[in-house]
Design a protein around this ligand. Sequence first.
Ligand code: NAG
Ligand code: NAG
Ligand code: NAG
Ligand code: NAG
Ligand code: NAG
Ligand code: NAG
Ligand code: NAG
Ligand code: NAG
Length: 764
Amino acid sequence: MAVMPTILIPSLIFVLAATTVAIFVFLPPAVAAGEIATTGAAGDAVGTYLVVVCRANGPKENGEKLREWHASLLASLLNTSTGTVLEEARSPEGGQLVYSYQHVVSGFAARLTVPEVDALRKLHWCVDAIPDVNYRLRTTYTPTLLGLNKPQTGMWAAARSMGEGVIVGVLDNGIDPRHASYGDEGMSPPPAKWRGRCEFGGAPCNKKLIGGRSLTPGEHGMHTSSTAVGTFVGDVQMFRTKVGTASGMAPRAHLAFYEVCFEDTCPSSKQLIAIEQGAFMDSVDVISISAGDDTQKPFYQDLTAVGSFSAVTSGVFVSTTAGNQGPYEGTVTNCAPWVLTVAASTMTRRVVSRVRLGNGLVIQGEAGKRYRALKSAPLIYVQGVFENGSLNAVDVRGKIVFCDRSEEATLRGEKVRAAGGVGIIFFNDASEGGATTFGGNVSIAAARVNQADGEKIMSYINSTTNPTASLHFTGVTLDPSYQPAIAIYSSRGPCNMSNLGVIKPDITGPGTNIIAAVPGAGGGNGSSPTRTFGLMSGTSMAAPHLSGIAAVLKRARPGWSPSAIKSAMMTTADVTHPDGTPITDEITGKPAGHLLMGSGIVNPTKALDPGLLYDLSGLDYIPYICGLGYNDTFVNEIIAQPLRNVSCATVSKIEGKDLNYPSFLVTLTAAAPVVEVRRTVTNVGEAVSAYTAEVVAPPGVAVEVVSPRLEFGSVNQKMDFRVRFSRVGAAPNGGTAEGSLRWVSGKYSVRSPILVLDGTQNLV
Ligand SMILES: *[C@@H]1O[C@H](CO)[C@@H](O)[C@H](O)[C@H]1NC(C)=O
Ligand SMILES: *[C@@H]1O[C@H](CO)[C@@H](O)[C@H](O)[C@H]1NC(C)=O
Ligand SMILES: *[C@@H]1O[C@H](CO)[C@@H](O)[C@H](O)[C@H]1NC(C)=O
Ligand SMILES: *[C@@H]1O[C@H](CO)[C@@H](O)[C@H](O)[C@H]1NC(C)=O
Ligand SMILES: *[C@@H]1O[C@H](CO)[C@@H](O)[C@H](O)[C@H]1NC(C)=O
Ligand SMILES: *[C@@H]1O[C@H](CO)[C@@H](O)[C@H](O)[C@H]1NC(C)=O
Ligand SMILES: *[C@@H]1O[C@H](CO)[C@@H](O)[C@H](O)[C@H]1NC(C)=O
Ligand SMILES: *[C@@H]1O[C@H](CO)[C@@H](O)[C@H](O)[C@H]1NC(C)=O
């Protein structure tokens, strides 16, 4: 099939095609706590808990023995026999023992009443009982249109790989295995190590979709999994225009799909089970998670962090989302340094709704779906975010309503329609600035315009007695003048932990107006594959881009650890566009800081050949976790290697700042104005090479690199260096100051962002 080479942004390329059909997918409201069933008295309410147990007295080996031991512990709590617990667990209704974990944590999942949990907490073998958390899928805007992806050539050509032989495990809400994106033409058979099952309601697995489990198609799960590893699907149309070929980032990687959500609600216990099965039983190489809750927790209570730790230290790469709580500061989640935390950017793709004013001025806004073109109609300004009834005072019949801000778009659009209005234009205030992605389901002609354009429309309305406008949906376009910016919804740092030592989010991938597979007509019975594509936005869409890129890197650089892959991605990420202008914040248009974008926007081709790596082994995290100040119980809960018992008293702890990570986060206060950090870099570039340090010092901070020149004589050689940060003059403005350190050789530039805090942040 024809693969059209196209350049959108240098790193990540999707090309769009177009048809008319607008499919809208709005995820239904959250199902109330998935596992809670109430039976009579309040004390009888049953919830699912992770029961963390002390392994010391348990069996040394994993497997059935361990499961029986877990059952015996639960039996002792319930005054019943081990046999009864196991038998009930096997029954169709399932008993109180939900799952016996073998690898990711020492413990089991159980359904328990509140009095049972109270009793449990008093038992010596119970270390912790953590209630299930419902993670939510991280999509903010869900307009969905037909369209297609287009493969990028740079990285695949340089890597001579599209992820062949690599298994990507996606944890999400469901897929329809019959979609064309899961076709296996051109795929090699699954690697011999694959041991997973195939449970797709009778649909067969193939060389692309090699296994896992899903019984219900899910828009979100199909979108994320096809973004990561979807195969080539040619001749996709969108808005009546044929545009080309769609694919994921690693179109030759294998997919293992794990259904862990009901609609958009994903119990943490299900996610933890899927991490264990994917990483330890089925041998996946990359895990992609696009769900989370919106809180920052200590790592021993954060079950994504707990589960990922064992997976990452066993060599599995884990990609997660920053969250969709932007633009507010301090909202980033998935702060653990062993996972990749992905922020979202916009891209050149826009869903254009064209506004032509009576004076001839044309403004490009965005819409959520296709509407019938609206010829000239009177334009009227209705102030405020009008709610029920407040339109009654205004006659909007036959008019286009021009109104403040973009929230409640669906509600307000319906209000205007019901009152006889024919169109609605939302315009941003400063809090929304340049963000125009449309987030509602409006059935009349609609557009959302940015702040500057809104002001132009406002002055036009003020300037004439009979203002008019026309609205025309021109569909999905690629507008090269619209450069990627950090999306308004993408959660921002910092993490709420004083000794973390690393900047989160780590990196940015495209998340707005992403086109990928969604469920659709055709295929349901296997007669022909579904070829429906849809458009979604969120950090949920950004993370699977990085998962796919990690799969290609894994194939191309088989010796690299998950930390090495992460380092390669982060130190080569872009902080400027090809024309040299900085990557900006979508709202303000001003340069985006590292708390928004992490190290920058991923540049996959450069990540293949980073020059130097900041590597970490699984063991390197233990002194770090001990250094976080957690007690031994909690440290072992995270480490969860059943037969290892870490006593932090015997470990030489390190402070967060000294973790060998490709970003720098230090706190300088009047009391402690100088901080020194250590790093070790590994040469993966030219054997004989010399690097010099180039520093952009954060304002108010002096940065000295001790040994500012590194000379290597061989590949894989490691060299240490130290960086000393000193406060000079006043505290950094607003409590934070940013800079960077680059190691530069003739060929390479290895960049790490620097963030300096002044100690006034409310960290724990
Ligand atoms: C969008 O709104 C229309 C009515 O205006 C409705 O028919 C349609 O089902 C809605 N779409 C979704 C996905 O809710
Ligand atoms: C770990 O070692 C400590 C003493 O260092 C001991 O008290 C504890 O029981 C041990 N735990 C396990 C799980 O072996
Ligand atoms: C189990 O039995 C003991 C004594 O037989 C009793 O004290 C305890 O309350 C019982 N626990 C439960 C959960 O029924
Ligand atoms: C608008 O109406 C909805 C339901 O009709 C109601 O839930 C909401 O509270 C109302 N808002 C205001 C501001 O009255
Ligand atoms: C237009 O008029 C409104 C009052 O009707 C005023 O609040 C606003 O500032 C004016 N805007 C411009 C751009 O002239
Ligand atoms: C950070 O933690 C402190 C102490 O627990 C808490 O008061 C604060 O609200 C937290 N901030 C965030 C953004 O979570
Ligand atoms: C599958 O669906 C198509 C179209 O809906 C229908 O014609 C065909 O008979 C179905 N095949 C089976 C095996 O059910
Ligand atoms: C760690 O702290 C928890 C909660 O305070 C406590 O239950 C546990 O016993 C502590 N563990 C150790 C080894 O002190």
